[in-house]
Design a protein around this ligand. Structure first.
Ligand SMILES: O=C(O)CCC(=O)C(=O)O
Ligand SMILES: [Fe+2]
Length: 173
């Protein structure tokens, strides 16, 4: 089996997946995917009324963080992991522009398991881009990506396998 699919299995088994609730327009909503948040001691991450407190690095996550740091030349102190159980699990249009990420954050994602499309939409021009993310893909978002673009992982009938993404981030204190 491909190494990235073995890693899918290890991540699916080892991470503390939960289905979190966020607040959208004042209403509690269960997010349509599973998440897990790991990072340096006790780092908090807040978005849409949800505060996640980082769990300590697992050896596997620390190893993947090191690999991503070598590839990107950037240091990270946290990772938000997403598990899309099937094609109904999604992340809606958003930018990762929370203040604790700082200006022009570098976010690197790794994909494992089933292929899903990753869509970008320019906030001003509406220009759209689709990037199919196969198992083992590494995607770097940097520069003005969060300021100028939104991204999403849309619902699909084509997804045959579940997918995990690891999104490495640098949280400023
Ligand atoms: O699953 C992905 O590749 C992206 C997830 C995402 O946009 C996020 O966690 O902010
Ligand atoms: Fe995102």
């Amino acid at each position: 089996m491909a190494r990235s699919l073995q890693l899918y299995d290890e991540l699916a088994r080892q991470l503390a997946w939960s289905r979190d609730t966020i607040v959208l327009y004042g209403k509690p909503v269960q997010i349509p995917r599973l998440q897990a948040w790991y990072g340096d001691n006790g780092l908090d991450y807040t978005y849409s009324g949800l505060t996640l407190t980082a769990r300590p690095w697992l050896p596997l996550l620390a190893e993947l963080k090191h690999m991503v740091e070598v590839k990107s030349g950037v240091r990270f102190n946290a990772v938000l992991a997403n598990l899309y159980r099937d094609g109904n699990d999604t992340v809606g249009w958003h930018s990762d522009d929370e203040p604790e990420l700082g200006e022009n954050p570098v976010i690197v994602s790794l994909s494992f398991g089933g292929e899903r499309n990753f869509n970008f939409k320019h906030k001003m021009s509406g220009e759209k881009l689709t990037i199919p993310l196969k198992s083992g893909s590494l995607l770097i978002m940097a520069g003005e990506t969060q300021r100028c673009w939104q991204h999403c992982v849309p619902r699909t009938k084509k997804a045959k396998l579940p997918r995990i993404s690891l999104t490495f981030r640098q949280i400023k204190s």
